[in-house]
Design a protein around this ligand. Structure first.
Ligand code: FAD
Length: 476
């Protein structure tokens, strides 16, 4: 290994690698503290040529490579064994091109998501991918995990937002698929292989992403309602009554709102009365005719009359709008102060969301009395983050030790309702061993063949998504 490391250092230059124990820490740590990386070397290439050179040297030496972007992933996708190196994209951070006529932006993999949004904004365009970690996650990571977030309902997920890719393959060749074409029917759509592959098939080095007209009017409201079924009725009405301008539709249960109000500084109860469920709804229109507020008022007024909702507040200005979004984000933060939390990121067909929440809540309450389900999420996409806070007074670790038991119950219900065990976070190592139980056998076989074809030596993020067949990393 040391010969290969010397070659890597030479190829990368002085700022291009990290070996010092203290400096390695940020690349080793995993946000939820569930896993711990053990790598002893981080490569920080600054050009595509350097990425290719690193991968070639590693391929020759049989050295496994784990790509890493912002390291905000939630399924252990960047966790390393001692014998693996991290390839960080943090220096691969150029915006190569922005074209308002093509409505595209071409960025390198290490560009932070928020920078892409800002660059689009400067060009009077919108890049709609938006999620809680947008200040630190990087485009390569977003695409490799096919990130979702709050804008999927209107604009689609990372997969839908990508026109072209540049990828370094496991043998060190560079595939230049940086096309900005909206139509290209020349055979297999190869970029789709690498999106959502979690770094197991190659390293994304750049991407052409879609831009959209910038919204000229945005209206945001918080609604109190009785149950998730009412939320679905509201969604259906809102889409048709607003000319399909719904750009976000986030459901929150009262438990999560309580946690946010109790524990997160600056967050207060949003309405005079308490409601079992809330929806944060956003309408956005690229037309500046001043009528969107009226549309929101009419739509919510009708919903009140029909008793679909119980109360609503519409943000009067940008500050109030931000406070409503702050509440939504604080639902995640607030759980941290309530002890152990067993987290799930499931999806079901939108129409089955109420059934899922109802059945899963009853099942986990029967399994562990006192457990506190905290369901929230991008419900317009059928995506529920079904997080379970521990019973008050229970030992935190004893509770977390039962993670797999709880997940089996929750995932069984999602599967019965034709859902998925991973809506947007991916598989990583966290759900890898469960994947064969949940995925169609033919699909799994095809995935394995694709992996074998592109990465026969299993050097590209081994052991993630699919179990490694050769030389399993002993410490993963
Ligand atoms: P990393 O964590 O660095 O990597 C993720 C995976 O991609 C790993 O398997 C890694 O090996 C691989 N990878 C990284 N870069 C490359 C590359 N260039 N080429 C090939 N493979 C690569 N996710 C959502 O989908 N929706 C949300 O709403 C959401 N909200 C979040 C909120 C918070 C507060 C946090 C902490 C996370 C959230 N996430 C969400 C999860 C996470 O932010 C996303 O998965 C994000 O897209 C990961 O980007 P990253 O750059 O941090 O990737």
């Amino acid at each position: 290994m040391s010969g290969a490391i010397d070659r890597l250092k030479q190829a990368l230059g002085p700022k291009g690698w990290v070996e010092d124990e203290a400096d390695l820490e940020p690349y080793r740590e995993e946000r939820r503290g569930k896993y711990r990386g053990l790598t002893r070397f981080v490569a920080r290439p600054a050009t595509v040529g350097q990425v290719a050179e690193v991968v070639r040297i590693c391929a020759e030496a049989g050295l496994p490579v784990v790509p890493q972007g912002g390291n905000t992933g939630l399924v252990g996708g960047t966790v390393t064994a001692e014998s693996e190196i991290v390839l960080s994209t943090d220096r691969l951070d150029r915006i190569r091109d922005i074209d308002p006529l093509d409505n595209t932006i071409t960025v390198e993999a290490g560009v932070i998501l928020q920078r892409v949004q800002e660059a689009a904004d400067d060009a009077d365009r919108l890049f709609p991918l938006s999620l809680g970690a947008e200040g630190s996650c990087r485009i390569g990571g977003n695409l490799s995990s096919n990130a979702g977030g709050t804008g999927v309902l209107r604009y689609g997920n990372a997969r839908d937002l990508t026109l072209g890719l540049e990828v370094v393959l496991p043998d060190g060749r560079v595939w230049n698929g940086l096309r900005r074409l909206r139509k290209d029917n020349t055979g297999y759509d190869l970029k789709q292989l690498f999106i959502g592959a979690e770094g197991t098939l190659g390293i994304i080095t750049a991407a052409v992403l879609k831009l959209f007209p910038k919204p000229r009017q945005v209206e945001t409201a918080l609604v109190g309602l009785a149950d998730p079924q009412s939320a679905l009725r509201l969604l259906s009405n809102a889409r048709s009554d607003s000319g399909d301008t719904v750009s976000a539709f986030e459901l929150m249960g009262r438990t999560g709102v309580d946690f946010a109000v109790q524990h997160v500084h600056g967050v207060s109860d949003p309405m005079g009365d308490r409601y079992p469920w809330y929806v944060l709804i956003e309408l956005a229109s690229p037309i500046d005719d001043g009528r969107l507020r009226e549309t929101m008022e009419t739509m919510l007024g009708t919903a009140l009359e029909r008793e679909i909702i119980q109360d609503a507040v519409i943000a009067a200005n940008r500050d109030q709008e931000q406070r409503l979004w702050r509440l939504r984000e604080a639902v995640v933060e607030g759980q941290l102060s309530e002890g152990g939390s067993i987290k799930h990121d499931v999806s079901v067909p939108v129409s089955r969301v109420p059934d899922f929440i109802d059945q899963a809540t009853r099942a986990v309450e029967a399994w562990l009395p006192g457990i506190r389900p905290c369901a929230f999420g991008h419900v317009g996409d059928g995506n529920i983050h079904f997080n379970l806070s521990q019973p008050v007074g229970m030992d935190r670790q004893a509770y977390l030790d039962r993670w797999d038991e709880a997940s089996r119950i929750v995932h069984d219900i999602a599967a019965e309702l034709d859902g998925s065990i991973s809506a947007e976070h991916g598989i990583g190592i966290m759900k890898r061993d469960e994947l064969p139980l949940r995925k169609d056998a033919v699909a799994l076989d095809l995935m394995r063949r694709i992996k074998d074809c592109l990465d026969p030596e299993e050097l590209m993020n081994p052991g993630k998504v699919l179990k490694a067949r050769r030389q399993p990393s002993s410490d993963l």
